[in-house]
Write a protein that binds this ligand. Structure first.
Ligand code: 13P
Ligand code: SF4
Length: 303
């Protein structure tokens, strides 16, 4: 399957971009593996004719928004995101109308139709920087992840009005299960994604995006880490830092946690997507152009 994928990739002049939560075989076949922010920049910069986006739908949509002349494929349209689904464009329009004059900051985990109604996009890698770029006298609406929003409030000392959305994967990590794992590995550093609940974040030595997790573990003198995010992240950490030990964040019922949407992508449907040049991301041009504005504002702030 890997040989087939790489042959098709050459024939189609395609680039394979994969998120850190993809299965190990897809990560190993990809040209670039990263977080939402890094993947957005890679999608914008590529010279390939085709982008095979091994991630979830909002990520592939973002690639199409920033680089519309490319054919953007996703292995399956079932790779959605429950957090993005929690924020409907019509409901956002109503929320905005109730708060005239505010600045709308949206986490990149939202649909193109939602992005089109916002002032600036952020990712977990730059949310603090994005909010700090907005004048302090401005009131901010933040959607759709309330845990990331709360973390940004703690980091910036600003009050944000939060959309009540959560990532169902990250809120499954509990303080109790983490406390047990920490007791078993007392020297390990705890690294958590900002989508986790405040109680879980408060137990972490570092709270950051998936890409920054790699940088933190690389530069830390510690030898063991508890990684409180989707378990696909461990493949990259173990591969790039083979001398260190990584343990998956536990839930109350399981010793790790997976995003079922990210895991809808397989080597098989990656091959099929390049063979069939489908499913393809197609966006209405007016939505794409309006969604591009807040993404470009974010990108202008740098990586
Ligand atoms: P990152 O941008 O930190 O990789 O997060 C993406 C995501 O979907 C987290 O659930
Ligand atoms: Fe969406 Fe959560 Fe899956 Fe990330 S882990 S893609 S936020 S459902």
């Amino acid at each position: 399957m890997i040989n087939k994928l790489l042959t098709l990739k050459r024939q189609r002049n395609a680039v394979i971009l994969a998120h850190n939560y993809q299965t190990g075989d897809i990560q190993d076949a990809a040209d670039y593996v990263g977080d939402s922010l890094g993947l957005s920049f890679k999608a914008k910069e590529t010279n390939a004719d085709v982008i095979l986006f091994a991630g979830v739908h909002f990520m592939a949509e973002t690639a199409k928004i920033v680089n519309p002349s490319k054919r953007v494929l996703i292995p399956t349209l079932e790779a959605g995101c429950s957090l993005a689904d929690s924020c409907d464009a019509n409901a956002l329009a109503k929320w905005k109308a109730e708060h005239p004059g505010v600045v709308v900051v949206a986490y990149i985990n939202c649909t193109a139709a939602v992005k089109a109604q916002t002032d600036i996009i952020c990712t977990s890698g730059n949310a603090v920087k994005v909010v700090n770029s907005i004048p302090r006298d401005k009131q901010i609406l933040f959607c759709p992840d309330e845990n990331l929003g709360q973390w940004v409030m703690e980091q910036t000392g600003r009050k944000l009005i939060l959309w009540p959305g959560v990532c169902h994967v990250h809120v499954k990590f509990t303080a109790e299960s983490l406390a047990k794992l920490r007791a078993a590995h007392p020297d390990a550093k705890v690294v958590a994604h900002p989508e986790c609940l405040p109680i879980v974040r408060s137990m972490a030595d570092e709270v950051c995006s998936t890409e920054k997790m790699l940088a933190y573990c690389k530069s830390s003198p510690a030898k063991a880490f508890l990684i409180i995010t989707e378990s696909g992240m461990l493949h990259r950490l173990k591969k790039e830092l083979p001398d260190k030990q990584f343990f998956a964040g536990p839930t109350d019922t399981c010793s790790c946690n997976e995003c079922e949407y990210m895991k809808k992508n397989t080597l098989e449907n990656c091959v099929a997507a390049l063979e069939n040049l489908a499913p393809e991301i197609i966006l209405p041009e007016d939505i794409r152009q309006r969604a591009l504005v807040p993404i470009e504002r974010m990108m202008a702030l740098g990586r």
